[in-house]
Design a protein around this ligand. Sequence first.
Ligand code: ZN
Length: 165
Amino acid sequence: MSIQPIRTYGDPVLKTLATDVVEIDSKIAKLVADMIETMYEAPGVGLAAPQVGVEKRLFVYDIGDGPLAILNPRITESDGEWVYEEGCLSVPGLYFEIVRPAKVLLEGIDLYGNEVSIEASELLGRVFQHEVDHLDGILLLERLDEAQLKAAKKELRKRAMEAGA
Ligand code: ZN
């Protein structure tokens, strides 16, 4: 297992549409193990494959009940509204109050090829929506309102200048 560098805002891989996992082979198993290690090291509660530069539809998460990987996930139902201060390992150090559905139904397959269907609310529901967004090339910045986005862009520009970019 090895920790992978996490891609950050501006990296084109974060804007690509990831493709389905067709075969769960040893490469996928190693990717999942690396992603779990990388997520813990960060630390974070979720990590999607594009964040480590792999354009595959899978993510890992752990909100305190142990790590799990979901392959080819899709949100098939959503309900309600919930405001939560959301962050992203690819946009480090920035947090935004974002409104998203409070409850979702996530369907996909696990690392063993079994179909899974998970009803998730609050934090878990938020993690699922955030990670599925990553697989569609969507960063949380795209979920901000105009004022939030303006402030975020200003901060990101400032950081880029400080980094000498
Ligand atoms: Zn993220």
